[in-house]
Design a protein around this ligand. Structure first.
Ligand code: PXP
Length: 244
């Protein structure tokens, strides 16, 4: 079974379009949980155009209401981000290397170039009992120094998989299988997450190929599906896949 963490950023984007606090992020996240989500993810960006830093404590209190539901915060580890994350103390933080103006996360960490930075940041977060995942490309070339960087998990960036899935799903998943095998052999204690552009079409195949994936975080497609099917049915559809 894989954990389904619903990324509620796009609900926050709609909320931010008006002053009426609609949809209310606490309520919509609670519904996601009641409908079966195993976790809630937000990605507060410096301009707060999606989730805001003021949402974090509210969502942490919500996930605390449930024994097994986790709260995951994604973001670039600026000093401000780290301080706020430590203050909220989520179950997991996912570090992404994207610059402040990025539309969305579009690449993983280069562990060669960022070794010292990641080591320092991860130590700080782990010292505060927060599980740390780092966003990675589906390529072993960018994965040096993991023995020093010591993340608890890595999150496979699945944009390429989703893009290539339409044409040739076996080819699309191949680099992800390769990275997974490398991690299994060299770093068996590092657990695996996956995210970005996963949807009702492509989710099942990657989970069948890489059953080790512990958690997927899904936002954009799930919110779009909710327009078609309604939130309850949508979360159910994703849950049926992650539970297989
Ligand atoms: N993982 C990370 C690190 C992300 O930045 C995002 C988007 O915020 C996601 C997963 C979810 O991607 P999507 O919205 O395409 O499902």
């Amino acid at each position: 079974m894989t954990f389904l963490s619903v990324n509620v950023n796009k609900f926050a984007l709609i909320r931010n379009a008006r002053d009426a606090d609609l949809p209310n992020l606490y309520n919509i996240s609670k519904k996601c949980i009641e409908y079966g989500a195993d976790g809630i993810t937000v990605h507060p960006r410096p301009d707060e155009r999606h989730a805001k830093f003021s949402d974090l404590k509210i969502l942490k209190n919500l996930t605390n209401e449930y024994e097994k539901v986790e709260f995951n915060i994604e973001g670039y580890p600026s000093d401000e981000f780290i301080e706020k994350v430590i203050d909220v103390s989520p179950d997991q933080v996912t570090l992404v290397p994207d610059p402040p103006e990025a539309l969305t996360s579009s690449f993983g960490w280069d562990c060669e170039k960022n070794k010292d930075f990641l080591m320092e940041v991860i130590k700080r977060l782990k010292d505060n009992n927060i599980r740390v995942s780092i966003f990675i490309n589906p390529s072993t070339k960018t994965l040096s120094n993991l023995e020093n960087i010591k993340p608890d998990r890595v999150e496979l960036y699945t944009y390429d998989y989703a893009k290539n899935y339409q044409n040739d799903k076996i080819l699309a998943v191949a680099p992800y299988n390769e990275v997974t095998k490398y991690l299994e052999k060299e770093f068996p204690n590092i657990e695996l997450n996956a995210g970005h552009d996963l949807n009702l079409d492509n989710l099942d195949f990657i989970l069948k190929n890489i059953p080790r994936i512990k958690e997927v975080s899904i936002g954009h497609a799930l919110v779009c599906d909710a327009i078609d099917f309604g939130l309850k049915e949508t979360v159910n559809k994703y849950k049926q896949i992650t539970q297989r």
